[in-house]
Write a protein that binds this ligand. Structure first.
Ligand SMILES: *Cc1c(COP(=O)(O)O)cnc(C)c1O
Length: 426
């Protein structure tokens, strides 16, 4: 049976797109406007019956599968018991259990505490609040190409203007941006790239509340800093009484072949933010950190009506069980081992192929978006969902479900390889 029954998007999707234009703000955009009816085993099935190969997982969210049986079961079980009480009014066990799991799974064996929120942006905002409160300092150091969300404070932390920040300011103050370690472009060793950053911070900022960094950058281009960069920053933070905050929202929960990407560099952050992959698609986010920091906050200082919703917590427990039972760290490493050599062969010397586990990128050498756009468009037309990213829009990124069947991954990669070869004109 062919995967595609109509052109992409098909007639039913086009009718929904017309309704959408009259109902949904134009400010919310979609990468591939096919309207989804259901999902199964690495496929998204649209309202026209087209079966698309999912190499995006809804931006690194449904790594455990979509739907994932244990997540679905946990959600059904919870929603039939109660849907909400507000943890700040009358608490429940699921919230406590998610925090216990996060405390055990995040890097470091020290005593930890967690607090739960609804979105990645909200988690990052709260990490900054905590860092400022415990240090009594205002400055936050962030990096070129960083992405930390779309709320006002997190837009100040995010690097890229168009489309995220354009026209939406003024942004929150006391945010200082420094160069990221970007081996493909800067050729610096990790320690040299860190020395460049720390010299700037010492001279222009002084000791900050925190250094906030994605251990592998996501929206900014899947940039993996040179070895030693993160460790040097973390050591400097320790020395200067600043918190080292790892934003693991995109990299966490087995995506890179480890529970958290900091593990690859043996770095233990003071605070970790998580979201995306945490709950198999339900909205949940967290800040996890050293007990003495997390407990320094006055009662009532952290929270929110929906934060740690019981259904989302049940989903997270189902998702985390799935990751452990199916060993999705090993699955992520297998995906990387399959994809990297194939993508390198397709791209030749026309850029950089990189990635850890199932967080994979093809960066085209030209720092303009045209080639990546063309490659993504031809994948989409062939029914393969891929995303672009990067400050220059010149990166194709892959975030396949960690449970994707091998043949489906191979089929998706074949489409992408063909698109790359055509796209760079080899
Ligand atoms: C997606 C993302 C965020 C923001 O998360 P939302 O849930 O979209 O608010 C923050 N940091 C990183 C690294 C992300 O990838």
């Amino acid at each position: 049976m062919p995967r595609l029954l109509t052109p992409i998007p098909g007639p039913r999707s086009l009718r929904l797109a017309a309704r959408r234009a009259d109902a949904v703000s134009a400010g919310v955009a979609s990468t591939l406007p096919v309207y989804i009816d259901h999902a199964e085993d690495g496929l998204l099935v649209d309202v026209d019956g087209n079966r698309l190969i999912d190499l995006a997982s809804g931006i690194a969210v449904t790594g455990v599968g979509n739907p994932a049986p244990r997540v679905a079961e946990a959600v059904h079980g919870q929603i039939d018991r109660f849907s909400h009480t507000c943890f700040m009014v009358t608490p429940y066990e699921g919230y406590v259990e998610v925090c216990e799991r996060l405390n055990a799974l995040t890097p470091g064996t020290h005593a930890k505490r967690s607090a739960l929120f609804n979105s990645g942006s909200e988690a990052v905002e709260n990490a900054v609040k905590i860092a400022r409160l415990v240090t009594g300092r205002a400055p936050v150091v962030v990096f070129d190409h960083a992405y930390h969300g779309r709320t006002n404070l997190t837009l100040a932390l995010t690097a890229k203007t168009t489309p995220y920040k354009q026209g939406f300011g003024p942004f929150a103050p006391e945010v200082y941006r420094v160069p990221m370690s970007y081996p493909y472009r800067d050729g610096l060793s990790g320690p040299d790239a860190a020395a460049r950053v720390l010299d700037l911070v010492e001279k222009q900022v002084g000791p900050p509340a925190c250094v906030l960094i994605e251990p592998i950058q996501g929206e900014g281009g899947f940039i993996e800093p040179a070895p030693g960069f993160l460790a040097a920053l973390a050591a400097w933070c320790r020395d200067r009484g600043a918190l080292f905050v790892a934003d693991e929202i995109q990299t966490g929960f087995c995506r890179t072949g480890a529970w958290f990407a900091c593990e690859h560099e043996r770095v233990v952050p003071d605070l970790v933010t998580t979201a995306k992959g945490i709950a198999g698609g339900l909205p949940l986010a967290a800040v996890t950190g050293r007990a003495e920091l997390m407990d320094a906050v006055h009662p009532g200082g952290l929270g929110g009506t929906y934060g740690g919703n019981p259904v989302a917590c049940a989903a997270a427990l189902g998702a985390i069980d799935t990751m452990a039972e199916l060993d999705l760290n090993a699955a992520a490493r297998r995906i990387g081992a399959t994809a990297l050599p194939r993508l390198r062969a397709a791209l030749g010397g026309r850029g950089d192929v990189r990635g850890r586990g199932a967080m994979l990128a093809v960066e085209f050498a030209e720092q303009t978006p045209e080639v990546a756009r063309r490659v993504a468009a031809s994948c989409h037309a062939a029914g393969v969902v891929v995303l672009t990213c990067g400050t220059h829009g010149n990166v194709i990124r892959l975030l396949p479900p960690l449970v994707i069947p091998e043949e489906l991954l191979a089929e998706g990669l074949a489409v992408l390889e063909h698109a790359i070869v055509e796209g760079v004109g080899r």
